[in-house]
Design a protein. Sequence first.
Length: 167
Amino acid sequence: MFVVARIGKPHGLRGEVTVQVHTDAPDERFAVGTEFATEPDRGPLTLRTVRVHQQVYLLGFEGITDRTAAEALRNTRLLLADEEEAEEDDAWREEDLLGLTVVLTDGTVVGEVSALHTREVQDLLEVRRADGRELLVPFVEEIVPEVDDETGRVTIDPPAGLLELGD
């Protein structure tokens, strides 16, 4: 099983929810009638409607017909079984990255991965620094040349000024 999306806030009054997408193929994964396992376990959810509004996926599920029921799904992860996607070497899932130590190429510790934000153009690693500040790092090979889950380290080679953003 792998995480396809995380349910966000309700949208409207008819049970639709926003989702944070965690797949490179949302058009394939979000097909009406698809049944998702859930984490935490809220039973399977069957997709009733799919639409995109202002670049945000809005999903409706069978049996979820009002805002209250949609709110109860907040932070639920939608899971699918797909060996091919789960085994792709270049596809990192948020749960694989959370808690990994982020270091510069010289080994200097920058912080810890606290989230993965998937975007249409490029994904962003959210790094929590030792002082509690958050830093967003473009998750591209030029800036993140290595993710080593065995040692628990993500190596970054940021362009000048990236680490100072937000200071």
